[in-house]
Design a protein around this ligand. Structure first.
Ligand code: DGL
Length: 278
């Protein structure tokens, strides 16, 4: 039997985040779609996005997406809740390829909680966004939702600190209000936080469910590509390539630890006027 594929099906999928946190999404995409070539950009020169203005984040999201599309990406995954919250509409308005974003898992959490109280850990930018307010409006219903911005956690993960004194001290501080409120579901609303999930689990105990969105994003990527006939041929073995706008020497060991094995991190220079180039 002859299979026909859209010629773009063999093109890569572009994925980006402010830093290396989006690897928590990339690993889910890799697991679900082993045949896809993946391009990942850590915009580490501009991390964290969480306390930048919406305009600044939109400009970075446009620049990095432009780079990924210049590399031939057939779809772009915004592996960042903060960038999705303020930039995904602008990206979709500008480009016609599938742009897949993500948001804190309020809807699944509503189905999981027995206490009726859920906690959300996310960046200041995500929690302050109109998109997050709309998400609560749509899915929170009678839920009590306790939100907690987490300054410093992204920097801890970017430095490879998943269990050091600093990370544990910040986690204790940020989890306390959620525990005091009796939350039995904790939503990891930032793609850096799944790397801290073991430390979070240890602190909150086994009766609290911890949810993140990486696997759901991977399923959505598959659904969108399938819909457009853009899934890579089954016999293809996917590759993964990584770029960073930040410090390569500092980033490479953290990439190796978060991704699970060493891989080259290529430099990406930031240009003016919203463009980037390798
Ligand atoms: N990892 C990102 C998110 O999901 C952004 C973190 C940041 O740069 O502040 O929100």
């Amino acid at each position: 039997m002859t299979h026909r594929y859209d010629s773009r099906a063999t093109a890569p999928i572009g994925v980006f985040d402010s830093g290396l946190g989006g690897l928590s999404v990339l690993r889910e995409i890799r697991a679900l779609l082993p045949g896809e070539d993946l391009l990942y950009v850590a915009d580490a020169a501009h991390v964290p996005y969480g306390n930048r203005t919406p305009d600044a984040i939109r400009s970075r999201a446009q620049a990095v997406s432009g780079f990924l599309l210049g590399q031939g990406a057939k779809a772009v995954v915004v592996a960042c809740n903060t960038a999705t919250a303020v930039a995904v509409n602008a990206l979709r308005a500008r480009w016609s390829v599938p742009i897949i974003g993500m948001e804190p898992a309020i809807k699944p959490a509503a189905g999981l909680t027995r206490a009726g109280t859920v906690g959300v850990l996310a960046t200041e930018g995500t929690l302050a966004s109109a998109r997050f307010a709309a998400l609560l409006e749509q899915y929170a219903g009678d839920l009590r939702v306790v939100t907690q911005p987490c300054p410093g956690l992204v920097a801890a993960v970017e430095s490879g600190d998943l269990r050091g004194d600093r990370a544990l001290e910040l986690l204790a501080r940020y989890l306390r209000p959620l525990q005091d409120a009796g939350a039995d579901v904790i939503i990891l609303g930032c793609t850096h936080y799944p790397f801290l999930a073991p430390a979070i689990e240890e602190r909150v105990g086994p009766d609290v469910a911890i949810v993140d969105t990486g696997a759901a994003v991977a399923r959505e990527v598959r659904r969108r590509l399938q819909l457009d006939g853009l899934l890579a041929p089954a016999e293809h073995r996917g590759s993964s390539r990584f770029w960073s706008t930040g410090d390569i020497a500092a980033g490479e060991p953290v990439l190796a630890s978060l991704w699970g094995h060493a891989a080259p991190l290529q430099p990406l220079q930031t240009l003016t006027a919203g463009g980037v180039s390798a």
